[in-house]
Design a protein around this ligand. Structure first.
Ligand code: PMP
Length: 354
């Protein structure tokens, strides 16, 4: 830390993204990326947009908001696109939390939530997941702050139903409930349809996972118009041109070709179910994932050793050095071919051959 770094950040612990090593070719199963390339239309539209990079991008994102709204059956005025869903989440912490309104989230959830709290100097309260990593919804009734729930949750890979989410929203009439649907397209029902019923619901989503566009950095929020206006106030006070023209165009292209992304999600789900069967046969335990990753542990090998052995053998998975989950690894679902290779290395590790 330099002597000029503001004291207000002295104790900040930044979020640690999954490794993106360039020193060798790995099978990358560590950051929940989609193994399939983006839609050809997304690439085509982004390339066309690149020809006008001398101009600022549209700060109102009109065409993109309309495309997202049409895709979800909501109004364009109920949508705000951001630089990845990380940005809409950060904006939500900025807009809807303060000293009297702490952020409230699970102890095991997306690791960025505490960081967003800390960088914005906001108090937060964590609620432990149950032993099986499920959520007891009554723990979130009258939470006394802004609730953040990843649904499905990460890294636990489990989801609440829309009716359970609705109970949480109903039991927090004076606070915002943010539902982070980064992984919703791999088999969970979205609660976007509740935004017309509740003015205290913000749903956040991303093109990073189901849309194969993690590198484009495109996410968005969906909520009633008054919440979207609040978020616009924060955006226009932070970075009005938060989405570059190529990403905006790529998002529109991806939505025009959304069947392609749906087909990729279907393949990933099928591969996930194959991997579950194979992991069971090797003696792994895991939650019944509804996401594009599996959260698994083995009784005879530690999470850290399994991660290291996988890495030595060219496969990256995600290990979290955190008390409750240190026996586990989070394994992204790649192509069937990649996952067959993963299973064969996992078999060799569990048999003590490597
Ligand atoms: N929410 C959850 C639960 C995530 O795991 C991630 C990805 N790391 C994000 C949000 C943010 O994704 P992005 O910024 O790529 O949209």
């Amino acid at each position: 830390m330099s002597r000029y770094f503001s004291g207000k950040y002295a104790s900040l612990t930044p979020y640690v993204p999954g490794e993106q090593p360039k020193n060798r070719e790995y099978i990358k199963l560590n950051t929940n990326e989609n193994p399939y390339p983006p839609s050809a239309k997304a690439i085509e539209y982004a390339s066309k947009a690149a020809k006008s990079l001398e101009l600022y991008s549209d700060p109102d994102c009109l065409l993109l908001h309309k495309a997202i709204a049409d895709n979800l059956g909501v109004k364009a005025s109920q949508v705000m696109a951001t630089n990845g869903s990380d940005e809409i989440l950060n904006f939500a912490f900025m807009a809807f939390c303060d000293k009297e309104t702490p952020a409230v989230f699970a102890d095991i959830t997306y690791g960025f939530y505490p960081v967003f709290s800390e960088i914005n100097n906001l108090p937060f309260r964590t609620i432990p997941l149950k032993n099986d990593f499920t959520i007891d919804i009554t723990d979130y009734y009258n939470a006394g702050g802004t609730v953040f729930i990843a649904n499905p949750n990460a890294p636990s890979a489990l989801a609440l139903s829309v009716s359970e989410i609705e109970e949480i929203i109903k039991h927090n009439p004076d606070n915002i409930v943010v539902i982070d649907e980064a992984y919703v397209d791999f088999g969970t029902e979205s609660c976007v349809k509740l935004i017309n019923k509740y003015d205290n619901l913000l749903v956040t989503r991303t093109f990073s996972k189901s849309g194969s566009m993690a590198g484009a950095r495109l996410g968005y929020g969906i909520a009633c118009e008054s919440l979207i206006l609040d978020l616009f106030t924060v955006k226009y006070s932070t970075n009005p041109y938060n989405i570059n023209s190529m990403t905006m165009a790529a998002g529109i292209g991806a939505l025009e070709d959304w069947n392609y992304s749906e087909e990729n999600c279907r393949k990933i789900i099928e591969t996930r179910e194959f991997v579950k069967k194979e992991l069971s046969a090797l003696g792994f335990e895991f939650t019944d994932s509804v996401t594009n990753f599996i959260f698994a542990k083995h009784n005879s090998i530690s999470g850290e050793d399994f991660y290291s052995k996988m890495k030595e053998n060219g496969i990256l998975i995600r290990y979290f050095d955190k008390e409750r989950i240190k026996d586990y690894n989070r394994i992204t679902i790649g192509t069937l071919e990649q996952m067959k290779e993963f299973i064969s290395v996992a078999k060799a590790i569990t048999e003590g051959k490597i």
